[in-house]
Design a protein around this ligand. Structure first.
Ligand SMILES: [Cu+2]
Length: 626
């Protein structure tokens, strides 16, 4: 939740900067703008959406739906969870770092004055006169006998500033009397300086120019992104990858080892959300190592003189983008497919009807998952791919619209043939379908090579993927949250605030991201903190929309607060299967089938099966008890 708030705060900073041309928000500092958008992207993708879907829904639902009490390794789960905050802190540190200008420290010239013995002696004689006030001391040659430790400017008033400094580094009359010690002192001083520079400030003007996608060559060479922020970001992403790996391993092992006997996808019906989550966990198992490997390659290029991405030494700069987007494109499907599962659950529940052709819906997400692995090139049309590859990527990407269309058509059929129970969750589901339609269509446009060339790196892209992420993924997550609210907290959600949340959040995101399509048409580029006055209308509209969406987010917190104040007890759990499962024929068939399966497997009676059946089929009107 803190990560979500900080990500939203960064978004607010971006929208305030872009609210009107010449905005004083970042004081015209494009580096701080880049810093902000980079941290916003990384935080939202790795530390908001992933924890909501996999930390929240998956850990909560998968063990329950496969018939287990908990995940296979709860402690491992805890480790995976606690890695996240550390990784998040690294990114957050990069986001809030002030752009420190190190004072240009000319190492040679600053020692010249130390070598000027006459100057020092004068200063010390003045020191004796003014402080000691004893005439006998004046006979001393001060420069030989006095070591001015903890020298202060007030004491050495009027003297040269180079005598200021700590005792450790300024044994300066040794330096003067024994010139061979000079470099010894210099090394100590410069070591101390270096510590200061790299540890306490660790940022400079070029800190995060590589953006959230770690674009090479900026990210792979310390010449472009100095040691500091970029390394923190890389390490943060590696840690997030470790956390994800721990998490998906645990959940997949849970499904494999702790599932009830006879559980098969699509035979004994798993809820759609669980099917979708398990599919995305398998996808994560394929893509996360690629991300980790590419991040390690970046680190090695930066610090250990490898040349994976160095064109000059025979590396391939574009290789990194291939690796990153081989992770990146399936990653967005990893985020979106669980929300398909959620909508497949909520629509039949609220329409008192089976979902239209459930097997098509399941195969649609599988096909999208498989095809999602071979379309990454549509992020790279302008890096110099030959046109045959681009056509291929374009064609396959457009082919993905087929399963997407199947989903939308089936949802529509479910809607129009059902007996609607108009409720918060249904309204959210319909909002989800609308935003998925527009986000998907604009994605089709972008996947077209010719259109993409003109709209590459414009706000059209921003509008598209924000409609998919803060639109589709977050609206889907909110839908699931309301759907499972009773099961999570045992109380009803506050309907008034839920509707206010719906209206303001959805109105806000539409108003924010639709103007971006027009901005993109007109040629407003991404990652630029200022723009000519002609773009002001659409940009101001987008900033207004963002504020409205923020109001929606505030209503979300009011909703949780109000629900917990009112504490209206929920009468039955929405964790149960949809209502059409109550048909006795279906249950008899299911029970017979499970009995047969267990007989075949020669598994012990079936206390697991029995408890599963009791919970799911015969207990539907009672509150779910742990
Ligand atoms: Cu993509």
């Amino acid at each position: 939740m803190w990560t979500a708030l900080s990500g939203a705060a960064l978004a607010t900073m971006i929208r305030m900067e872009l609210a009107f041309p010449g905005s004083p928000f970042f004081k015209g500092d494009s580096t701080r703008y880049l810093q902000t958008i980079t941290a916003h992207g990384l935080i939202m993708v790795f530390f908001v959406v992933v924890p909501i879907l996999f930390g929240g829904f998956a850990n909560f639902l998968i063990p329950y739906h496969v018939g287990s009490k908990d995940v296979a390794y709860p402690r491992l789960n805890s480790i995976g969870f606690w890695i996240q905050p550390f990784a998040y802190l690294l990114v957050a540190k990069t986001a809030v770092l002030r752009q420190q200008f190190w004072k240009y420290y000319d190492k040679t010239s600053s020692y010249y004055s130390m070598l000027d013995k006459n100057h020092k002696r004068d200063a010390l004689i003045e020191y004796n006169d003014s402080v000691m006030q004893l005439s006998s001391f004046k006979k001393f040659d001060a420069s030989e006998h006095i070591i001015p430790f903890k020298a202060k400017a007030s004491v050495f008033e009027g003297s040269d500033s180079s005598v200021q400094g700590s005792f450790k580094t300024f044994l300066w009359n040794n330096v003067i009397n024994y010139p061979e010690n000079f470099w010894y002192s210099v090394i100590r001083l410069s070591n101390q300086r270096r510590k200061k520079v790299y540890v306490t400030k660790c940022s400079d003007r070029t800190s995060v120019t590589a953006g959230w996608a770690f674009i090479t060559p900026f990210s792979c060479n310390t010449k472009y992104t100095r040691v500091g922020s970029q390394d923190l970001l890389i390490i943060a992403v590696i840690l997030a990858g470790v956390s994800t790996t721990v998490s998906f391993t645990n959940l997949l092992i849970t499904r494999r080892t702790l599932a009830m006997p006879g559980l098969r996808n699509r035979r004994v019906l798993l809820p759609f959300i669980t099917i979708a989550l398990l599919l995305t966990l398998r996808m994560l198992a394929i893509i996360t190592p690629v991300l980790g490997a590419s991040m390690f390659m970046l680190l090695m290029d930066r610090h250990w003189q490898t040349t994976f991405f160095e064109f000059v030494y025979g590396g391939d700069t574009v290789l990194f983008q291939h690796l990153f987007w081989f992770f990146g494109h399936p990653e967005v499907y990893v985020l979106i497919i669980p929300t398909f599962g959620i909508i497949n659950m909520t629509l039949p529940f609220l329409n008192t009807r089976r979902v239209a052709s459930k097997h098509h819906l399941i195969w649609a997400i599988y096909v999208m998952a498989y095809m999602g692995f071979v379309v990454w090139g549509h992020h790279m049309y302008l890096v110099g791919l030959d046109h045959r590859s681009r056509s291929l990527y374009s064609t396959i990407t457009i082919m993905i619209s087929l399963p997407a269309t199947i989903k939308v058509v089936n949802w529509t059929l479910t809607l129009i043939n059902g007996a609607l129970k108009v409720d918060v969750v249904l309204a959210w589901s319909i909002a989800y379908i609308l935003v998925f339609l527009v986000g998907g269509f604009t994605g089709m446009w972008l996947s077209h090579v010719a259109l993409n060339i003109s709209m590459h790196d414009t706000f059209f892209v921003i509008g598209h993927f924000h409609l998919m992420l803060s639109g589709v993924v977050l609206v889907g997550s909110f839908t699931g949250f309301y759907y499972y609210f009773g099961a999570l907290f045992g109380i009803k959600y506050s309907r008034f605030f839920a509707y206010m949340h719906l209206i303001y959040y959805n109105g806000g995101i539409w108003l924010t991201f639709v103007p971006m399509f027009w901005l993109g048409f007109s040629g407003m580029p991404r990652r630029i903190h200022d723009y000519p006055a002609v773009f002001m209308g659409w940009h101001s509209m987008a900033s207004t929309g963002h504020m409205i969406a923020l109001v929606g987010a505030i209503f979300f917190f009011f909703m949780i607060l109000d629900s917990h104040i009112e504490k209206r007890v929920v009468i039955y759990s929405t964790l149960g299967l949809p209502r059409w499962h109550k048909r006795i024929q279906y249950y008899l068939f299911k029970i017979r089938y499970l009995q047969l399966v267990n007989k075949q497997l020669n598994v012990l009676p079936n206390y697991k099966v029995r408890s599963y059946l009791t919970q799911h089929y015969f207990n539907e009107y009672e509150q779910y008890k742990k």
